[in-house]
Design a binder for this molecule. Structure first.
Ligand SMILES: NC(=O)c1ccc[n+]([C@@H]2O[C@H](COP(=O)([O-])OP(=O)(O)OC[C@H]3O[C@@H](n4cnc5c(N)ncnc54)[C@H](O)[C@@H]3O)[C@@H](O)[C@H]2O)c1
Length: 337
């Protein structure tokens, strides 16, 4: 199958590309390197895929650039691209509105015209609101502009499903962690602080709980949904056992042999209190079940992140050039899609 992955240079998108390539698919990656975090980090995410002969890459912005060439010969689309993160959505609403909504509208219409056979739209547990505990029928009540734009994007996709019979399936991810986690996300920030002996700020009392999804579970669920997710259906993709933030910090500190210095601060506007994914619908539809225990996954991320930092430091000390990235293929930009 030839699959277009949007947001291919991002945390989850890059893992999805790697997994599709390993499974023998042809992959077209697309990303505009939105400067939410450094481009160099995203280029490093793409390194494996760019070295694979079955991968092609288009650097383009879904909000404004011509999308048709990236869809050429494509059977399926996995739409990962978005402005993520809750907090900046209070102050940078334009970016969220355009990347999460306008970009989705342009992509879904271009995909419809191209006649693609399967479209996976990636959404989030943030559509449920401050407590995301239960199955897909719990009420949606987002508490951040990010959640609102992601919910609106779901509705947009469903309008295409209802009106055109567009073959789209929606996945709601529950916060994801593991190697390549975005540098703004809590575990990545905690690990960085522990490695550098900096204090850790925990917002709230630290007893908020998460059923975080290890990225390999998330990717496996995504590929299963690509094969067997039904059009017009919404599936939760989440982790199993819940863990509190306090416990997560203790596990990370232990893995790194560090002593955490924790500072507690008031909970932030839009923070979720508890999340626990009920994934039975995905289990029944395509056999998805989370397999990674959170403590095992956190230790793995801590070790990965400290290895990446040591490698970077060695490169600097030796004054060696970091491995050259294969050139990113330019695309012809045309107006309209
Ligand atoms: N990471 C999580 O915990 C989590 C949880 C729930 C849902 N999600 C969803 O999963 C998806 C991936 O999230 P992530 O954490 O990998 O984020 P990420 O920021 O690492 O990846 C998103 C990528 O999309 C690209 N992008 C954004 N706007 C674009 C545009 N207009 N045109 C082209 N490319 C664009 C960015 O440059 C980025 O590389 C998102 O849809 C997000 O809402 C993530």
């Amino acid at each position: 199958m030839r699959v277009l992955v949007t947001g291919a240079a991002g945390f989850v998108g890059s893992h999805v590309c790697d997994a599709l390539l390993s499974a023998g698919h042809e992959v077209v990656g697309l990303d505009s390197f939105i400067p939410y975090y450094p481009r160099a980090t995203k280029e490093a995410n793409l390194r494996n895929a760019l070295a694979h002969p079955a991968f092609t890459f288009h650097e383009l912005d879904l909000r404004s650039d011509y999308i048709g060439a990236a869809l050429d010969g494509v059977d399926a689309v996995i739409h990962q691209a978005a402005m993520p993160g809750l907090m900046p959505s209070w102050t940078r609403f334009d970016d969220y509105m355009t990347c999460n909504l306008q970009a989705t509208q342009r992509l879904v219409e271009a995909a419809r015209i191209a006649g693609i056979r399967k479209f996976l739209h990636i959404s989030t547990s943030s559509v449920y609101g401050s407590t995301a505990v239960g199955d897909e029928n719990q009420p949606v009540a987002p508490v951040s502009p990010y959640g609102v734009t992601k919910l609106a994007a779901e509705q947009l996709i469903l309008a295409w499903v209802r009106s055109y019979g567009f073959p789209a399936t929606i996945l709601r991810y529950f916060s994801i962690y593991g190697p390549r986690q975005r540098p703004d996300m809590a575990y990545s920030v905690f690990i960085d602080a522990l490695i550098n002996d900096r204090p850790i700020t925990i917002y709230g009392d630290g007893e908020q709980t998460r059923s975080n999804t290890e990225v390999s579970d998330c990717v496996r669920g995504t590929l299963m949904a690509l094969e067997a997710g039904l059009p017009g259906e919404i599936y939760n993709i989440g982790g199993g056992r819940v863990i509190s933030i306090n416990r997560a910090v203790a596990v990370l500190a232990d893995a790194l042999g560090a002593t955490p210095r924790i500072e507690y601060a008031p909970a932030r506007l839009g923070d979720q209190r508890h999340t626990r994914a009920d994934t039975r619908k995905a289990q029944q539809a395509f056999g998805y079940e989370p397999t990674i225990d959170p403590e095992e996954g956190l230790v793995n991320q801590a070790h990965w992140q400290s290895r990446v930092r040591v490698t970077t430091r060695l490169h600097l000390a030796d004054k060696r050039e970091p491995a050259q990235l294969p050139a990113i293929r330019p695309i012809h930009r045309r107006s309209g899609s």
